[in-house]
Design a protein around this ligand. Structure first.
Ligand SMILES: [Zn+2]
Length: 492
């Protein structure tokens, strides 16, 4: 018997605005699509948070025994985020700037994306389709939407007719917007567009002469609109109606709204049963933004090479930090928060590493089966990982009590505790088993960083006797401080 047969998951569905019992279309199988990265620059840490949350969800579904087909696309065809930006898409712009081929840009940043995700211990999706690999499917989809009367061609470009669609369907049902309000809030810019109405969106754009990425189509040499690729690829691999569609909150409108419209217009069915959205990542209480400089790249966070954090953080600490908030809450990245997560992570590791040395007792003073179900209940409640972590720490407490002879578990209960702690920590949360010595090195480096900081303060106060003492005493213990232009580093 598979675990999913006695665990009932509730998923918060953005479409209905409430938690619903998860019932897959086909028992035992889950089809899940998540909007992937646009590979024209380094992957944004906010996007990594979204993908990390869905990695955990994917892991939990697999842990329960579901056969999951997880599709996460790569947006490698330049897309129009704003139709006023007609002609030159983002990928081409960047390529022109760097004087290289668009597909070279795509290749570089796709590799970069995979490297970051591998480092952070992500499971690869089952299928990772690219937009450029599915141009034919996208053209076929446009033909169907035109045939069904929901799109029109003007000067070689094709637009989705939102007003026509809204007569028979409901545009805005996911993002809770009304077309009348959208009309009211949009200023019509005369002569700027071929569109009948400003709310219409491009399915196909005719390429300007300078546009490098282009494909032949019945309407013009051009390229597909961005929203289209997700409809084409999700339905190709998961069916016209599938279980879960995820993405960042910022994609709800217009991207996901347009996906629903395209699917309903082409296939006459609503594409997705459960829409899931991961919330934003902030940095020090503020929105991350390249323009204000309040931003940090994933590799800068991992290397410690940035101006926001006191040290480098390991992949597991970053994953642990992410899991300490619900995927639906805004997550605020701070040095204090990461330091606290680091402490918590090593406490959990210490407990897990001592599990094998624990002696079984003749009785159990802790109800392990009740505790185990509480771990499942947490994840069954819309993947509530912070509550799961609270239960894992309840187990850490018990482990430490057993070590101090203040609690005991029978060997049967001890086995269940071990299995459950390992399964949730490594299989579901995706943390990497970090040995005591690695943990020791990590702790040592934290202590040395603190001494370096104290030495800097001493120097700033012109207390050179103290600053020299710190350096010399560390050297005597085999830790060499190296003063450089960008601060002080150390080597063992
Ligand atoms: Zn998408």
């Amino acid at each position: 018997m598979q675990l999913y047969q006695n665990q009932t998951i509730q998923i918060y569905n953005s479409l209905s605005g409430k938690k619903e019992k998860f019932q897959p279309i086909e028992a035992g199988y889950v089809g899940m699509y998540v909007c992937g990265p646009t590979v024209y620059s380094n992957v944004h840490l906010g996007n990594v948070r979204t993908f990390m949350s869905f990695d955990m969800i994917y892991r939990y579904l697999k842990h329960l025994g579901f056969k999951v087909r997880y599709v996460r696309n790569i947006t490698d065809a330049g897309h129009l985020e704003n139709d006023a930006d007609a002609g030159e898409d983002k990928i081409t712009k960047k390529a022109r700037l760097e004087q290289i081929e668009p597909m070279e840009v795509v290749q570089r940043y796709t590799v970069d994306f995979h490297n970051i995700l591998n480092t952070l211990n992500f499971l690869p999706p089952s299928i990772e389709p690219t937009a450029t690999g599915h141009i034919i499917e996208q053209i076929e989809l446009i033909k169907t939407i035109i045939d069904n009367g929901f799109a029109y061609e003007v000067n070689g470009s094709v637009y989705f007719d939102v007003h026509k669609f809204n007569e028979s369907n409901e545009y805005g049902k996911l993002s809770k917007r009304k077309l009348e309000d959208l009309i009211h809030n949009t200023r019509a810019l005369e002569g700027q567009s071929d569109k009948k109405n400003p709310q219409d969106f491009a399915l196909w754009k005719k390429a300007e002469p300078q546009h490098i990425m282009r494909w032949p189509s019945p309407w013009s040499d051009g390229f597909p609109g961005w929203h289209l690729e997700c409809t084409a690829m999700s339905t190709k691999y998961l069916g016209d109606n599938f279980d879960i569609h995820g993405g960042g909150m910022d994609l709800k409108f217009p991207h996901h709204e347009c996906e629903i419209a395209q699917s309903e217009a082409a296939k006459g069915v609503s594409p997705v049963n459960y829409w899931m959205h991961a919330n934003m990542l902030q940095l020090n209480g503020q929105r991350m933004s390249k323009t204000t400089g309040n931003t940090v790249n994933p590799d800068e966070l991992l290397s410690g090479n940035n101006k926001f954090f006191s040290k480098a953080y390991s992949p597991s600490v970053i994953r642990f930090f992410n899991a300490q908030s619900s995927y639906r809450s805004v997550l605020d990245l701070t040095d204090d928060g990461l330091l606290a997560s680091e402490k918590g992570f090593y406490r959990l590791m210490d407990a897990i590493h001592s599990l094998d040395d624990l002696q079984a007792g003749s009785i159990s003073t802790f109800n392990v089966s009740e505790w185990k179900q509480k771990c499942y209940d947490a994840m069954n409640d819309d993947f509530n990982s912070p509550i799961l972590i609270a239960h894992l720490f309840e187990a850490v407490k018990v482990v430490n009590q057993i070590k101090d002879n203040k609690a005991s578990l029978t060997s049967e209960d001890l086995d269940v505790l071990k299995q459950t702690m390992n399964a949730f920590t490594f299989d579901v949360l995706g943390l990497i088993n970090t040995s005591q010595s690695e943990a020791g090195t990590e702790k040592l480096s934290g202590a040395v960083e603190l001494l370096i900081q104290l030495r800097q303060e001493a120097r700033a106060n012109k207390d050179f006797a103290l600053s020299d003492k710190i350096r010399d005493e560390l050297a005597a213990k085999g830790i060499q401080l190296n003063d450089g232009k960008d601060g002080t580093t150390f080597s063992l």
